[in-house]
Design a protein around this ligand. Sequence first.
Ligand code: GDP
Length: 420
Amino acid sequence: MADKPHQNLAVIGHVDHGKSTLVGRLLFETGNVPEHVIEQYREEAEEKGKGGFEFAYVMDNLAEERERGVTIDIAHQRFDTDEYYFTIVDTPGHRDFVKNMITGASQADHAVLVVAADDGVAPQTREHVFLARTLGIGELIVAVNKMDLVDYSEDTYGEVKADVQKLLQQVRFRSEDASFIPCSAFEGDNIAERTGNMPWYDGPIILEALNSLPEPQPPTDAPLRLPIQDVYTISGIGTVPVGRVETGTLNVGTNVSFQPSDVSGEVKTIEMHHEEVPEAGPGDNVGFNVRGIGKDDIRRGDVCGPADDPPTVAETFQAQIVVMQHPSVITAGYTPVIHAHTAQVACTFESLDQKIDPASGEVSEENPDFVKSGDAAVVTLRPQKPLSIEPSGEIAELGSFAIRDMGQTIAAGKVLSVNE
Ligand code: GDP
């Protein structure tokens, strides 16, 4: 499995349209439901005198477990296909989805949008598509599901497809990045095999579409950006900051700078999985030691970069945000906590610059007095303590953040520009 490229896949769509069933079906068809689980279900099925052991039985059990609140949270499920090794990342609706997605913990490369053929575009279809676009996913596979409930009708499929296409246009999702597949997750039509129930469809089935997704490109030519998670003191070595390399490479012998703490020094050693290594690249979790830097010189939330191309420290920054859930309204002066990479810093809404219509992506109001749940907006934020943050996608993927208040994520955002 490990030799295949890895893809993070989000499965999005309105509640009850079949996301869990589709994921269950994919795990089952690709042989990724653990053998002992299948064995256990098979035994139970026999005991209960159920004849054929089949998908429905697996799903019933998974559904029962879900009702009992046991396991089948579709987030973090894994399966592999001929081409890729997939991890299902948090789905919208999952409590920490927004926070995890934007802080990079579960950044999705691509997404499957599940739309039930008997229900069509529903409120969360709209919301998730908008969120996926705002937070930047690559390709979208639109699974028009539950085709068995509409007599496998080509006309119904055509209508649902047209409605989804209209929605994608509204949020300006590039139509060439979306593909449509009529299927039934429950019956298994067009998931891993063509069952002959939809002879009018000759496009790719779900597994084929997953296999032909473009391979995610690791960000290699970007400068080093390594947000610091913790700082340890290890006897015999000294101060050891640890974190995950987001972009670029960390090399022994080079000069690095920590921002906003504003200290620099030469990298003496790098350790990964308890072994010394000469360099580390994107995705690597490392501990390292820098000449002359003590435990109190740096802290969690600092970003490490090359001394000659250090991470930016923002005086203010402009960002596009989506307000997920706020009990009242957000006005200028509001100061919640921003979670960006490993940093948590209180930031004041200095100005509300534009309100954006979530459906069209167009500016609907300049300098609005307030924004509320469901709104998208461009705002200017002022960190109350030094914060290293950079435009999203420009230098490194460190420009996504969550806005938290009252113990919950109230908004998600991406940095558009930074004033140093
Ligand atoms: P989720 O909320 O989007 O994860 O939806 P679920 O996967 O939990 O499915 C909701 C209900 O629809 C369940 O009762 C499923 O058995 C049913 N369902 C899912 N996919 C299909 C399908 O392709 N055909 C039919 N007939 N029912 C389905």
